[in-house]
Design a protein around this ligand. Structure first.
Ligand SMILES: Nc1ncnc2c1ncn2[C@@H]1O[C@H](COP(=O)(O)OP(=O)(O)OP(=O)(O)O)[C@@H](O)[C@H]1O
Length: 365
């Protein structure tokens, strides 16, 4: 390669980095995401989004003197061959970016690893939702490993719900341990557009009204922000690749996520015809006005663990109760009426076929 060609390539790269970083800075400033001196935890999975977020946020913090105390916070769900490997990446990021790391494990918090839960569900339960689920599975990972796919498609949907609820609680608990004021995650524009589409498809107006908010949980223990709300996934991948950032790129083996996969493909198709489709969907989500006649769930606190919940017991406590009683399907399904923590009531609900059977992961992070 000629020296001039090399130079212009480099200049092009530098220009991309500058624009990428500047756009994120503008989102942070424009939405007043942080106050000077705040302690901020970065939800660090070791994946591309959170690795880029950790890198860019520490750069911007220095460059623009945000005055933030930044930390990496990782949740170890106990998934052998996936999370243990990605945590190794986060441990390297700790050194590379000079950010203190806190790891919180499900095992310590709840006494269960996700591997143990899978074992239990696989042995004792048939997922009542597998019909809906199997028809729609599009996970790249599962398609690429056919021998695994049937087993996983049938069983794993049930505990994906558990995974999500537990995960949010674990992040909050980790953030509390670090005594941080805010938690940031690497959710990007593609994730948010998918969530808008999914919530429309599910008729979930309560979630639709908050899924585009750049900051959520202001009424909960620790507000969560998404500085990549307007950042395309493609740009994040390019940034990570050209900056040679250290990240882990395998998908979770327990996350077939059929419905989300469908929304993702739908949006990809739209994007081919109209490149700004993702931002348009986010804008549509932001501009929705929820009818005053729509009943929204009232937020209270779980009587058992004190976590925010619209029911008497939060979803995680109901599900954990099920696991501990050897009834892992207990509590899977959208509650009808009030949850009162009564075992019979929970068990009856767990067998009901509800729209929750189409649940597909994080819909309102
Ligand atoms: N185990 C974890 N510990 C801490 N934070 C996490 C963990 N898993 C996910 N997160 C946070 O939630 C965000 C969205 O997670 P998701 O599972 O959708 O992965 P993703 O879009 O592939 O992101 P990433 O590339 O960062 O893994 C991540 O960017 C990260 O900030």
């Amino acid at each position: 390669m000629e020296a001039g060609e090399e130079k212009s390539k480099k200049a092009g790269g530098e220009c991309f980095y500058e624009v990428f970083e500047e756009e994120i800075h503008q989102v942070i400033v424009g939405n007043r995401l942080f106050k000077f001196g705040e302690r901020v935890a970065i939800g660090a999975s070791g994946g591309k989004d959170s690795s880029v977020l950790a890198y860019v946020l520490s750069e911007l913090n220095r460059r623009h003197s945000y005055g933030l105390d930044l930390f990496l916070l990782s949740i170890d769900e106990g998934i052998t061959g996936y999370r243990d490997d990605s945590l190794e990446t986060v441990k390297r990021n700790e050194v590379q970016y000079g950010l203190p790391l806190q790891i919180v494990s499900y095992k310590d918090l709840y006494g269960w690893t996700m591997d143990e839960i899978v074992k239990m569900i696989g042995l004792k339960n048939n997922c009542t939702f597998c019909g809906v689920f199997r028809r729609q599975v599009r996970s790249k990972f599962l398609h690429s490993i056919p021998s695994l796919s049937k087993f996983l498609q049938n069983r794993l949907f049930c505990f994906m719900i558990l995974c999500l609820v537990e995960f949010l609680k674990a992040l909050d608990r980790g953030a509390a341990l670090l005594k941080v004021d805010k938690l940031v995650t690497g959710h990007n524009a593609d994730d948010i557009a998918e969530t808008v589409v999914l919530n429309i498809l599910r008729g979930d107006i309560a979630r639709l009204s908050r899924c585009t908010s750049i900051t959520t949980g202001e009424d909960g223990p620790i507000p969560r922000c998404k500085p990549f709300k307007y950042t395309y996934e493609k740009e994040i991948v390019m940034y990570a690749y050209f900056k040679k950032l250290d990240y882990f790129s395998t998908e979770c083996i327990y996350s077939p996520n059929a419905y989300r996969g469908f929304a993702c493909e739908f949006i990809n198709d739209l994007e081919r015809l109209r490149p700004r489709a993702i931002l348009d969907i986010i804008k549509s989500g932001e501009d929705f006005r929820i009818a005053t006649t729509t009943k929204m769930p009232e937020q209270g606190t779980c009587e058992r663990c004190g976590y925010i919940s619209s029911q008497k017991w939060c979803k995680a406590c109901v599900l954990l109760e099920g696991l501990n009683r050897g009834l892992p399907k207990m509590g899977i399904g959208r509650p009808r009426g009030n949850v009162n923590g009564d075992y019979k009531d929970i068990k009856a609900r767990s067998t009901a076929k509800t729209i929750e059977s189409k649940q597909c992961g994080s819909l309102d992070f």
